[in-house]
Design a protein around this ligand. Structure first.
Ligand SMILES: [Zn+2]
Length: 296
């Protein structure tokens, strides 16, 4: 029997999913951040996960920008040792199977669009809310990388040139309103509570807390503004909202209401929660692996 492996390289752990065809047989979390000399160890872990089965293909996500035609990583903030390396070629040589590398957010979006919340829809936009805000347009099972591998930075669409400064150097980016640090800051300003995670805000909002609802109302309005522009440009059939706070029912309702209230010529798509959770990146990598796999 042959197996496909999807590897999600993260800043704090590496996730591995093992599939027979499209059926998930095993999921493993390898703790710790992969280091510059960690690829042989990763390859050994992959062979161990495969047991005696032949590895037909490996997909690897990269937390950063890579040239998807050459596979060379341009820049990874979380794993800087990857810069300038062709991680797929290195993994392929170590494992002895075809391998392909993919931007992590685009891999997760591909999985959501094909296997998760977007299953059955040809044209899907996946928006992931976390510390940053990323998006990916998936059409007919292909996540569009853009001409330079840099598509998807919807978090850095500026909604207000006079707004708060953003880490990217602009002002008033979507991320300065709906990124996790911004949501937590607004929550603290209203309630005096410090620390915590954005999941506490979405849980409180879902339970009817007025401060949490106000924070998500503001975020939802900003998201609706950004998405209305996106709908005008791309006309997606479905929008998937994922990430920590993206699955909040309150936020999603506010986004849909904002879109419907302001749409004129637009066809407003359904806005649905992501379905694959934290395994989406690895599942997307396994999908990509299937496309480069040797037949067997
Ligand atoms: Zn920005």
């Amino acid at each position: 029997m042959t197996v496909l492996l999807g590897v999600d390289l993260g800043g704090s752990s590496t996730k591995v999913v093992l599939q027979h065809g499209s059926t998930v047989r095993d999921q493993r979390v390898l703790p710790g951040r992969l280091s510059a000399d960690g690829l042989p160890g990763l390859a050994a872990a992959l062979r161990d996960a495969a047991g005696g089965d032949e590895i037909a293909g490996v997909g690897v996500t990269v937390p950063g920008i890579l040239d998807e035609t050459t596979g060379v990583v341009r820049r990874s903030v979380n794993l800087p040792w990857l810069d300038g390396r062709d991680v797929a070629a290195e993994v392929s040589a170590l494992v002895g199977a075809p391998a392909v590398a993919m931007h992590d957010g685009r891999a997760a979006a591909l999985a959501e669009a094909v296997l998760g919340a977007g299953r059955g829809t040809r044209d899907v936009y996946v928006l992931t809310l976390g510390t940053g805000v990323a998006g990916a347009h998936v059409v007919d099972g292909s996540a569009r990388p853009g001409a330079h591998g840099a598509a998807g930075e919807i978090g850095h669409v500026s909604l207000d040139p006079e707004g708060l400064p953003c880490g990217c150097g602009q002002r008033g980016c979507l991320e300065t309103v709906v990124g996790a640090p911004s949501l937590l800051r607004r929550w603290q300003q209203r309630t005096g509570r410090t620390g915590g995670a954005v999941s506490a805000i979405s849980d409180a909002a879902d339970a009817g807390d007025p401060d949490a609802r106000a924070v998500l109302d503001e975020a939802g309005a900003a998201l609706a503004t950004a998405l209305l522009g996106l709908v005008a440009v791309l006309d997606p059939g479905l929008v998937v909202l994922g990430g920590g706070v993206g699955e909040s029912g309150v936020l999603r309702a506010r986004v849909e209401a904002g879109l419907r209230a302001r749409a004129t010529f637009h066809v407003v798509p359904p806005v649905v929660p992501a379905g694959l959770g934290r395994w989406a990146g690895a599942r997307g990598a396994a999908l990509a692996a299937g496309r480069v796999a040797v037949a067997g």
